[in-house]
Ligand binder design. Sequence first.
Ligand SMILES: Cc1ncc(COP(=O)(O)O)c(C=O)c1O
Length: 424
Amino acid sequence: MNTVEKYNQYVNTSMVAAVQPVVFDRAKGALVYDEAGQRYIDCFAGIAVTAAGHSNTDIIEAAKVQLDKYVHCCSYVYYSKPVADLAEKLAQITPGRLKKTFFANSGAEAIEGGMRMAKTYTKKHEFIALQASFHGRSYATLSVTGNMGRKTRGGPYMVGCSFAPPPYCYRCPFNLEPETCGMRCAEYIEDIIKFDTYDDVAAFIAEPVMGEGGIIAPPEAYFKKVKEVLDRHDILLFVDEVQSGFCRTGKMFAIEHYGVEPDIMAMAKGIASGFPLSAFIARDEIADVFRPGEHLTTFGGNAVSCAASLANINFLEQERIAEKVTEKGRFLLERLGRMKARYPIIGDVRGKGLMVGIELVKDKIKTPAVEETKTLRKSCLEKGLLVGVGGVWANVLRIQPPLVITEEELDEALAIIERSLKKL
Ligand SMILES: Cc1ncc(COP(=O)(O)O)c(C=O)c1O
């Protein structure tokens, strides 16, 4: 049996409509090759993971050095140098007073742990999240995920979760214009607190740039307004940087675009460019709230993943990847903006850095072009380009390549998208 046949027989894929028909053989930078030797430009990076590029030499080297020493010790039972070094580095690169890290394995696990910490610290029990958000597939993280499509047949969920309207300017929940709206969606959190909660909210949890919801970057003033509301009610700001962190948006962390200091931050995906690792970080007095036995994970802070992560962050810093991502993102948005003028099916082009979405619509009333988005993705793949799909209606093409993608590769990717658009 070949790989696809074995998948069909033995891998549970019932939760995905289809596995993309590419059998990975090797990958380097932003290029992927399948078993038949076919080359693809990767504009999805394994869902925004391989930030420093596939098979980054520095990261592989660091991982190999650690592999030769030891793989696992359980980093909460014994001391592990890569864990200590990485935690110190995260304290340096994360905003404000964020300082102490707990390491876990997946984005969901980091969010779930951070939620527990928020409740324990505040002695409060409710959460407010955003409509159209995504925070993971575990019980608590699905409870704060604002998307029915992800939650169907999994309920009932945790009590005490309320949802605020998203800062989704293209489909403003209040039908307002960004220039004159006065950040109604942020102010509305005050109403949510007043009408939907029992005044027991531990944290407001949000992605600084929403990923799965369709690459939604809130307007510049959004988080400052949100923070004003939260401060009035002693509610923590819990930022989910799982997808937007590690230079993806042109800053080390996307919340830096908004000039507010989070109380808790979760990260994963780009943290180690493909090695499984996640984390949540908080300032001392919040992080220190757990008592012995209240939290742990066996694999969290794996020595090889932490060594890889440190090399990953050093690479991002030394190569000035954040600045380069800003430039590449500008180039990408400018080119896609011109494409939007030529193809009416493109309703909106948006994003920050190399976290970019193309929302496809059927008409002037913005009917989501769902089938067309599927076709576009398929057509791109046939022409050698890997892209993602997201959005509440699955009508947003996602461009989230390894951050080391070259301008020539982006150019080639854009040409493929345009050729595929022509065929729709
Ligand atoms: C913003 C955000 N939070 C959490 C998660 C969950 O991460 P994981 O799939 O590693 O559990 C994701 C995954 O896509 C995400 O995009």
